[in-house]
Design a protein around this ligand. Structure first.
Ligand code: SF4
Ligand code: SF4
Length: 689
């Protein structure tokens, strides 16, 4: 049996490689280096961006792969935020213009979640307009979350790339995550453009066995594309006015030419006498493939029936010639794509000028009667595609298998619809011992605004935390409301990750607006929501205190579960108050009474992070445990109210419902003992049996 190693994912260059979609991006960077080396190019790679679902793991994978990065000259810089990362990537394409380059080129990868690219468009549009270097190349990787399963705004960015006139690739599976990255860098070099690159949870948060041999791809450079004098790559000096013309006149046709030469859009189901066409973009192609299989239509059957499928790997720009040739002789084309009508619109535009009789009916978002064919919100499922396709081809195909499958899917769908909603909703909740259990409380009569981070979950709870804003806009909703409402003051939650990303600017904006607001900067010493990454640079509660003081805030209070760590005379601005978290209510009342911008820094380490650090001995695990003596407990629930902790659980006894501590889930923040309850027993040095 072949020896297998966890390192195979990056150094096995033959056979099958078992790899996740995120690791596939790292592997692509390694493979690109090998390709460049083989071509006699001395290149380096630069990866930068900011985490966020579904791109929450790329930084962790790069750190885990650190032994492979130097030999492939890959530099990884976790950025302070996405738009600053984009400008750094722009810089990598300028390496060759001053005559001091150490490399022939730097190929780069920017990454971000949906809201991350949204905030960065200024930087990305500028950098893309300036272009990519001849031996560099840029992939602009966005993690789109179509059904909003882990983001708060629907993310599907093909149309945004199209708006920037940036070619975009959309891999359908993990193999294509690697292959399209390699195509993408090659396309970027050839066209002098940044290349958009769309990932979704189905491709990045998944694992597959892929082909490892780098020779599996033979990337073709087209020779039938017009190249202007001076080439398409980033040049210097250059003028802004020329960017647009170069993009429209040369770069877009070059991208189409590159896509065609490399069959990035390709007909996967061919037939001699096609009558029914399906156009499917990215992952939608796998849905269509599944639908055909479920209906009993293999490739031979599809050919007999006249069903042909065009797989779109490059949603923009469209190859209109390819569309016209694909459409020739078809009665109808069914466009399957998620969220947008980009392919459908481009297809209609390409075919509109065809003479009557040669222009097939096009359906996609809606059918010929304007009815939705596939659900749009939150997303359609492969089952939906199967049912829709069966209906569209029913006039020339059905079989026992397809009828049985549709009957099964209909029955399942009806059963799902008939299912009564649960009487209880299971909302996400803070981990046991999470600092936000305490820190997000507000005093009576006050309200807080949520933000991006685990603390957002406070808005689900009965504690007057309401509404939210985008990352880095904290406090500004209030600036807009303040002059027009009776309320005089607001609290605004802000995680330390957000503070470092862009939040400090929001505090500055509130100072500039002379707003009456108290920021609660929740320092939990990790970017908790995306898996506990370290902050992206040096940040301490003291540094935050000094920074906000310098911005002109009226008062800074540092609240901690370990206030003894701090001294007002060491590294804190004048007048900084240090308080135990027990004083939270009083502190907040004092701060809301001070007119202007005030800041409370709440310092307590993320409970999940504590657990991660304690296990390998990176943090002291306090030799202390809390138990509840159920014979003393009266079941009043005050410990639940004090701690808001999931590890304080009900215990049904013959004397009624009492409370107990779930010892395996308890993260030992000891906020449950704050209630002065006589049933609590603290054990020092003991271990659960
Ligand atoms: S000590 Fe109490 S509040 Fe803290 S995690 Fe354990 S049960 Fe929860
Ligand atoms: S991961 Fe950390 S910050 Fe997030 S809910 Fe859990 S304990 Fe709280």
């Amino acid at each position: 049996m072949r020896k297998v190693s966890l390192d195979d994912k990056y150094n096995l260059m033959d056979g099958q490689v078992y790899i996740t979609g995120t690791q596939a991006l790292v592997r692509a960077a390694v493979e690109q280096h090998l390709q460049d080396e083989a071509a006699g190019l001395k290149t380096a790679c630069f990866i930068s961006g900011y985490r966020g679902s579904p791109m929450h793991n790329l930084d962790k994978e790069l750190w885990a792969a650190e032994q492979f990065l130097p030999s492939a000259d890959i530099r990884f810089l976790p950025a302070v935020n996405e738009d600053l990362a984009a400008t750094a990537i722009w810089g990598t394409q300028q390496v060759g213009i001053f005559g001091d380059a150490k490399y022939d080129g730097v190929y780069s990868l920017w990454y971000g979640k949906g809201p991350g690219i949204d905030r960065s468009i200024d930087a990305i549009r500028h950098a893309h307009s300036a272009g990519a270097a001849q031996h560099g190349g840029v992939l602009c990787v966005v993690g789109d979350d179509h059904p909003l399963s882990s983001t708060d705004s629907p993310a599907a960015h093909e149309t945004l790339f199209a708006d920037m006139r940036m070619p975009v690739l959309y891999p359908a599976n993990v193999q294509e995550v690697v292959d399209y990255a390699l195509y993408g860098w090659a396309m970027s070099r050839f066209t002098g453009s940044w290349v958009g690159y769309k990932l979704i949870p189905d491709t990045v948060d998944t694992t597959a066995s892929i082909l490892g041999n780098p020779q599996r791809l033979s990337i073709v450079t087209p020779n039938d594309v017009d190249i202007p004098a001076g080439g398409l790559g980033l040049r210097f000096p250059d003028t802004w006015k020329e960017y647009e013309e170069r993009i429209e006149r040369y770069k877009i046709p070059a991208a189409i030419g590159f896509g065609r030469a490399n069959e990035i859009n390709r007909v996967t189901h061919r037939c001699d006498k096609p009558r029914y066409g399906i156009v499917a973009t990215g992952k939608a192609w796998t849905d269509v493939s599944q639908a055909l299989r479920e209906l009993g239509i293999d490739r031979a059957k599809a050919s007999d029936l006249g069903i042909t499928v065009l797989k779109i790997g490059m949603p923009y720009p469209a190859d209109e010639e390819q569309f016209r040739s694909f459409a020739d002789g078809l009665e109808e084309i069914f466009v399957v794509e998620e969220k947008h009508q980009l392919a459908e619109g481009q297809l209609k535009s390409a075919l509109y000028g065809l003479p009557d009789g040669r222009r097939p009916k096009i359906i996609g978002r809606t059918d010929e009667n304007g009815q939705h064919i596939l659900p749009v919100f939150p997303e359609y499922s492969p089952d939906d595609v199967t049912r829709a396709l069966a209906q569209r081809v029913a006039h020339f195909y059905s079989s026992d298998q397809s009828k049985a499958r549709i009957a099964f899917l209909e029955a399942r769908s009806k059963a799902n619809e008939a299912r009564k909603p649960l009487s209880v909703a299971r909302l996400p909740y803070f981990c046991s011992g999470c600092p936000h259990n305490t820190s997000t409380r507000v005093p009576d009569g006050s309200r807080a605004i949520g933000g991006v981070g685990c603390h957002y979950m406070a808005t689900y709870m009965d504690r007057n935390n309401m509404t939210h804003c985008h990352m880095g806009g904290e406090g500004l909703n209030w600036v807009g409301q303040e002059p027009f409402v009776e309320t005089d003051h607001i609290f605004q939650n802000m995680g330390d990750g957000t503070y470092y990303h862009s939040g400090l600017l929001a505090i500055r904006a509130c100072v500039a607006a002379e707003s009456n607001i108290t920021f609660k900067v929740l320092f939990n010493d990790a970017v908790a929501m995306t898996g506990g990454q370290p902050l992206d640079g040096p940040l301490t509660p003291q540094a935050i205190a000094l920074q906000v003081y310098a911005e002109g805030v009226k008062k800074v209070v540092l609240v901690s579960d370990e206030p003894e760590k701090y001294s007002p005379h060491r590294g804190l601005p004048p007048g900084t108050q240090i308080e135990h978290r027990r004083a939270l209510d009083r502190v907040q009342k004092e701060l809301r009474a001070i007119r202007g911008v005030t800041v409370m820094i709440y310092d307590q380490t993320c409970a999940a992070e504590k657990r991660r650090r304690r296990k390998p001995g990176k943090m002291i695990d306090p030799p202390r445990r809390v138990l509840i003596n159920d014979l003393v407990c009266e079941g009043c629930g005050d410990c639940n109210a004090k701690s808001n902790c999931l590890s304080v659980t009900p215990l049904d006894t013959t004397f009624g419902r009492k409370r107990q501590i779930d010892q395996s889930a308890c993260n030992k923040d000891f906020s449950c003992v704050e209630g002065f309850c006589p049933s609590f027993v603290t054990i020092l040095g003991g271990r659960p049996k």
